[in-house]
Design a protein around this ligand. Sequence first.
Ligand code: GLN
Length: 485
Amino acid sequence: MELYEFTIHELQEKLRKGETTSREITSSVFGRIDAVEKEVRAYITPMRETALAEAAAADERLKKGDGGPLTGIPIALKDITCTKGVRTTCGSQILSNFIPPYDATVVAKLRAAGAVFTGKTNMDEFAMGSSTETSFFGTTRNPWDLTRIPGGSSGGSAAAVAADECIAALGSDTGGSIRQPAALCGVVGLKPTYGRVSRYGLIAFASSLDQIGPFTKDVEDAAIVMNAIAGYDPKESTSVPEEVPDYRTFLGKDIKGWRVGIPKEYFIDGIDPEVEAAVRQAIKVVEGAGATCVEVSLPHTKYCLAVYYVVAPAEASSNLARYDGVKYGFRAEGAKDLLEMYKKTRSEGFGDEVKRRIMIGTYALSSGYYDAYYKKASQVRGLIKRDFETAFAACDVILTPTTPTPAFKLGEKTDDPMQMYLSDIFTISTNLAGIPGISVPCGFTAAGLPVGVQFLAGHFQEGRLLQIASAYEKNARIERRRPNL
Ligand code: GLN
C-alpha cells in the first residue's frame, strides 16, 4: 500500500511509531497528484512547495514530541476558504487574482493542529452548483468515471479525497455541497450544525445556510477533523459558544435501541432504483445493528427547493454586491466612468449561474416583492425546521438517501438549471433547518458508481451522527474499493 492511500488515523499511528515521516507522506501525496491530476483536475492551486516546508516543520515537531492531532497530515482546502498569502478564487474569474491577507479560522485551527496544506480545490463558482461545472477554472472529473461529474459545489475536495490526492479535505455546504459530492465520489462528508464551525474567512454565499465541514476516507477521520475545526469563534457572530465534545468518543459504540426515522417523503418517484436499493440495504444494516426504524413525516419537504431558491439567491445577491472591481480582484478594462466600470467588471467577472442567482435574489428582495418572496420563504423555512423538531421527538436520527441518482454525465444538466437543482433535493432541508448531516458510502451501482446514505440529527448532535455512521460503517462492511485511475 502507498502512503497516500491511508487514513488520518492510520498515518497518525505510523508517525507516532516513527515508521514514516510527514515528508514521506507529503511526497507520496504529491507523487499521486502528479500521476492522476491531469485526469481528475481536483485542484485550482496546488501548494507543493509550502506543503513540503510544512511537512519538514511537522517532522521537527514530531521529533520533539509536541505534535498536534493532525501534525504532518496532508489536507486540501476548498478554494472558498481564505488562506493568507495564497490565492483564493472561489472558482470565479472575479477573484482570480485575490490574495487574502488573513487565514480563515478553520485554516488557522488546522494549522495549529499541525496540518500540511496540499492546495486549494476546485469548486462551482461561489459554490453555486452541483457539479463543479460552473467553475471558471474548468470542471473536475469523478475519479470513478472520468466522463461524469464529481458533484458540487465542493467537487474538487471530494474528488481529491477519492483519488487519494490528499488524505482529507475541507468543503462548504450551503444546500448539500459537502454531502452530495461525498456521496457521488464514495467518501464521507459531514455538514456540521449551523454555528458549530466558524465561518470567519469563508467567502460568503448564503450566510444563514453556509457551513464548513470535512471530507474524509472514513468516519473516524471525520471525527478527528471535526475535533480540530469545531468551536466558538469570537470573530464570527453566528458561531455558538457550545462546548465541543471529543468526537472520537462516539466512535465504535453500538446503536442498540436507537430509533431511526425514515421520512416517507424521501423515497420519491424519480429516485434511481439502484440508489434506492443501496439505501434500503443500509436500513437493514442499522436494524441488524440493533436499531429500530420508524416511519416519520417531514410534510413540508415539497417546499424545500422553492424556499432555498429564494433564500439562498437573496442572500447571495447581497453578499456578492461587494465584487465591484474596486475592493477585490478582477477589474474590467476600458470603462469610461465608474458606473460603466462596475457594470463591465460584474458582466465579465461573473459566470452565468452566478448572474442568474444575483438576478433572482435581487428580484426577490426588491421593494414590493420582499413580502411575497423572501418573507414568505422565511416563514416556510420555519415550518421546515419545525418538521424536523417534530420528527426528532419520535426518533434519534433520520436516515435518507444523500442524492436521488449516482454521478451524472459531464454536460448532462448544464442547460437545465432545474434538473441541476433537483440533485440537492435530499440535502437542502438540512441547511434550511440548520441541523447537521453526514453522508457515508453505502455501496456501488452495477456500473461501479458510489452511492451514499445520509444521517441527520438535531442541532449540535454531531456526536450522534458519528456514532451511527461509525456503527453503520462497521456493520455494512462496504468493501474499500479504489477508483481505477
Ligand atoms: N447545489 C446547491 C446550489 O447550487 C448547493 C450548493 C452549496 O451547498 N454550496 O446552491
